[in-house]
Design a protein around this ligand. Structure first.
Ligand code: S3P
Length: 174
């Protein structure tokens, strides 16, 4: 299977986009762009520090600029920041340049993954099922609108999820 377009992984924080991206990269030979990691590298600051020093608005601008740059480059597996879909233009850019895959997860799965991790400013003080469920409910329509296909991740390994994604991609001939 050859890939001419990007594969964008979207979904809520902690859905496993980064680990699934690595598993997809192993199978396809495509490079991974891990957006948060790249933004941290470029800014020389953690995500928490960027939010604190420059504000969420600046972070979103940096994120959109990196997406445009990535979209214009060679095909890659792109592990997107969970909030990328908030901007309609970002959604357009992704849909025009690749296949968008929404990794869905229950609030229980998300909580188990983010507990004890304080690298995500928007989750601070929200490490409980009710808060996470509320945030997922707010974001879900944005992910749904952006996605070409959806893959539930609960109880599955990153390798199994990657295999499923590739089967679906083959079926859709993307
Ligand atoms: C965010 C998700 C994070 C990161 C930032 C904001 C969001 O990325 O970009 O903390 O608004 O959902 P991950 O989804 O990779 O954790």
């Amino acid at each position: 299977m050859t890939f001419e377009k990007h594969i964008y992984l979207i979904g809520f924080m902690g859905a496993g986009k980064s680990t699934v991206a690595k598993a997809l990269s192993k199978r396809t030979g495509l490079p991974v762009v891990e957006m948060d990691e790249e933004l941290v590298r470029r800014a020389g600051m953690s995500i928490n520090e960027i939010f604190a020093a420059k504000g969420e608005g600046t972070f979103r601008q940096m994120e959109s600029a990196l997406l445009s740059e990535t979209a214009a480059g060679g095909p890659a597996i792109v592990s997107c920041g969970g909030g990328l879909v908030k901007d309609e233009n970002n959604v357009k850019t992704m849909r025009q340049s690749g296949t968008v895959i929404f990794l869905t997860a229950t609030p229980e799965t998300i909580l188990s993954r983010v507990l004890g991790d304080h690298s995500r400013p928007l989750l601070e003080g929200k490490h409980d099922i009710a808060s996470i469920a509320e945030m997922i409910a707010e974001r879900a329509p944005l992910y749904e609108r952006a996605a070409d296909q959806k893959t539930p991740v609960d109880g599955k390994t990153p390798d199994a999820i990657a295999d499923e994604i590739l089967v679906d991609l083959k079926e859709e001939n993307c």
